[in-house]
Design a protein around this ligand. Structure first.
Ligand SMILES: *Cc1c(COP(=O)(O)O)cnc(C)c1O
Length: 361
């Protein structure tokens, strides 16, 4: 096997090596059954146990109340952009959205197909370099929910805490789920594509308050109704078995790390190392305003686009991969989710110092 590089990719992203190694073995022969994991029936006792354990561990780690269902769906986080308003906003009901970047933008576009959507805040004018503070926007009284994206993967901004409102919250946590504690009881729906912080692509977690299962209008197709999947424990049709299995192993790994509080502490320390390197020099400039900084994705610029190209190439040559920023803002981005190792950040910080010395602006 070649040496593993430090993979700063935004998603799919770094997974714990021990999880990958176990998955490699189980794909060929699952727990000495003589059948590979991805060959066995999703209704076999073995796979049903895998799925049930994954749900139980997610419930334990996130402290999910009893009156919430956990669904394992397909179609990516992007399918939730339409499933949420399709199920919750029959008869053109109203909802309020906070526009903090590409992913909220896409969600707003879909929501407008189904409901009367009020965009109460946007940081588009400043290249989405911040999230709003409480009191900076108003949630209309007749809104069914307030929608926001807790971590903006592309811009490197993150809500430091959930918006304070009496309205039900709906949140896209695709890029920071399980990176810090969350009070699930404040939410109607939390969803996340697995491929950032939880596992491979192919499964999307939806945590939904039970009473919302009955709000879906009559004309919504069976597969697109949350209740269909809730009633059948996400086995209405064939679920993404492999993705659920790997996610389950990542959840077990997370428990071994000490759970969400422990990983949050770890994440904050990792992010602080990188922000410190950025703040200590005029050479590197962080994209996000300080109060909106993400502990998962750190977007930054160098003095010129040419230096950025050189920086990314030289970093890759020493095993620091995936540092290119998203095409919509350019620059560099270090994605450092739960499984990203601390020594990878130490190596990046050391490289940043050397690069600055060798390449004056
Ligand atoms: C990556 C991402 C998405 C899109 O996820 P898909 O599974 O590719 O549809 C949505 N929201 C956020 C915050 C993301 O980071």
């Amino acid at each position: 096997m070649g040496d593993r590089v430090f993979n700063f990719s935004p998603g799919p992203a770094t997974l714990p090596l021990e999880v990958l190694e176990k998955a490699g073995k189980d794909v060929v022969d699952f727990q000495d059954t003589g059948i590979g994991l991805i060959e066995m029936s999703h209704r076999s006792k073995e796979f049903m146990t895998v799925a049930a354990d994954a749900e139980a561990n997610l419930r334990e780690l996130m402290n999910i109340p009893q009156n919430y269902k956990v669904l394992f769906l397909q179609g990516g986080a992007s399918s939730q952009f339409f499933m949420i308003p399709m199920n919750l906003l029959g008869d053109k009901k109203k909802a309020t959205y906070l526009d903090t970047g590409t992913w909220s933008n896409k969600a707003i576009k879909e929501a407008r197909i189904f409901g009367d959507i009020d965009v109460a805040f946007s940081s588009e004018d400043s290249s989405f370099n911040r999230v709003p503070e409480d009191g900076e926007y108003t949630v209309s009284e007749d809104s069914e929910y307030l929608y926001y994206v807790s971590n903006n993967t592309i811009y490197g901004t993150q809500f430091p805490t959930a918006p304070s409102t009496s309205k039900m919250l709906v949140c896209d946590m695709s890029s920071d789920i399980l990176s810090r504690p969350v009070d699930v009881s404040r939410y109607g729906i939390i969803f996340a594509g697995a491929q950032k912080n939880l596992g491979p692509a192919g499964v999307t977690i939806v945590i939904i308050r039970e009473d919302l299962l009955d709000t879906t209008p009559e004309n919504v197709p069976t597969m697109l109704r949350y209740k269909t999947h809730a009633d059948k424990d996400s086995m209405f049709n064939t679920p993404p078995c492999f993705s659920i299995y790997v996610m389950g192993e990542v959840l077990k790994w997370l428990k071994r790390q000490g759970g969400v509080e422990a990983i949050e502490k770890h994440n904050k320390e990792k992010a602080a190392m990188l922000y410190e390197a950025i703040d200590q020099s005029d050479y590197y400039r962080g994209h996000a305003e300080t109060a909106s900084r993400s502990i998962m994705n750190i977007s930054f610029n160098l003095p010129t686009p040419e230096l950025e190209v050189k920086f990314i190439a030289e970093a890759a040559a020493i095993g620091l991969n995936g540092l290119k920023g998203h095409r919509s803002i350019g620059g560099c981005r270090a994605s450092i989710y739960n499984a990203f190792p601390r020594n990878g950040i130490e190596k990046l910080v050391a490289f940043m110092r050397v690069f600055e010395t060798n390449n004056p602006a």
